[in-house]
Design a binder for this molecule. Sequence first.
Ligand code: FPP
Length: 236
Amino acid sequence: MHVAIIMDGNGRWAVARRLPRSAGHRAGAKAVNAIVEEAARRNVKTLSLYAFSAANWGRPRAEVNALFTLLRRHLLTQTRRCLEQGIRINIFGRRDRLSDDLLRVIERSEQLTAHCTRMQLRIAVDYSAQHSLLAAAHRMRLESDAGHARFAEHLAMVDHGASVTPPVDLLIRTGGEKRLSDFLLWECAYAELHFVDCCWPDFDEKAFAAALEEYSRRERRFGLLSPAPQARAGLG
Ligand code: FPP
C-alpha cells in the first residue's frame, strides 16, 4: 500500500500558540518520526511525504532556511533509525537547486538504506508534479510507441526515484484544506482522498490509524462497476 501525505498546518499550529512558524515546522518534524514508525508497523510499503514544494521557494528566506535545516537534521539523525527498521529513504524532486551540502547528506541517507525493503520512505523536496510531468514528457518525445509504463519510468528518472513509483492508494492532507497542491498528480489518478482538519503537528498515530481504517471501508472501483451483490456474497 502506498500512502502519500500533504503535511499542512505547521504555521497555523505555531500561530495558535503564539510561537514562530519555525516552531511549527520543528513540531511537524517530530510528527514525521511518529508517523513513519507507525506506517512501517502497519505494513505500509511506500510512504510519500510532501516536505518542500517548488512553490515553497516563494516563502521568506528565513523560513526556507529553517525548513532545509530541519530536513538536513532529520536525515542526519533519523537515517540510522530507518536502517535499523528496514526503511529505505529516497528524496524525490529537483536536485539542481539544492546546496552541495544537503545533496551529500541526501546521497548518504539513500546509499546507507538502499538495501532496505520493509518500507520505502519518499520525501518530496523541491517537488512539483507539473514540473516532473513536463520533464518526463520531454524525455518521451522521441519514443513514438512508448506507452503508460514507459512514461512512469521517465517520471521516476526525473524525480530521482529509486524505482517506478507505485500508484498512490491513499492521500492524506492535514490542515483542513481540500486540494492536491501539485503533489503526485500522475500517481494519485485513483487515490482515495482523506482530508483532516487537525494541523500536521497534532496528527498522531491514532489519527493515522483512523485514516487507514476509513480507507479500508472504501470500495475501490478504478472506473469499473461494483461486483453484483450476489457475486459479492459468493452466490453468482
Ligand atoms: C505546510 O505547513 C508544511 C510545510 C510547508 C513543510 C512541511 C515540513 C515538515 C513537516 C517538517 C520537515 C520535514 C521533514 C521530512 C523532516 P504550512 O507552513 O503551510 O502551514 P500553514 O498552512 O498553517 O501556514
